[in-house]
Design a protein around this ligand. Sequence first.
Ligand SMILES: [Ca+2]
Length: 202
Amino acid sequence: MIVTPVQAANLIQNGSFETANVNPNPGDFIRLDAGSTVITGWTVSQGTIDYIGTYWQASEGSRSLDLSGGNDGGIQQTFNTTVGETYRVTFDLAGNTFTSPTIKDMRVSAGGSSADFSFDTTGKSNSNMGWLSKSWDFTANSTTTTLEFISLSNSFAGPVLDNVSVIALSSPPPSPIPEPSSVLGLLSLGVLGIGSALKRQS
Ligand SMILES: [Ca+2]
């Protein structure tokens, strides 16, 4: 397992789907068609998705997605990348327990490669979604990369997505280089480092 620096910047905007151009909020859920850009930073890439509000428990915040709305939907976001650099995608996965199939299948793709993931909804419910954290690495082949998640569940109750992030694995965040002149200097640099880390998180 590779330890990821906690300060690494998430390259994905609105990865938890908490902000959207819906007023006042999605309620239980709203259905979004292909081409929709209602969810800030994201485009519905195929089919339809359901933008979930209070219908079930999100893994982070209060909103998440059913990648199957009335059919197999998808969502995508494009961001800047460095050719040849490896990136780690992490996301939280669950499934809509409303109807079959029991196993929900989805695909994540970026940089010309893809991976499939499944979620078993056995024993799960809207108040006990059983969210699992998943990760997948890809290497960028362009200066911009489109990350896409699509449902493969062939149902209107599909794989459920929340809390998406992408970080560059080979570019740890810049850290202050201590000058070994004095212990006091090292301490003050450490304080500065903590301060800037807090700013990046806020
Ligand atoms: Ca969320």
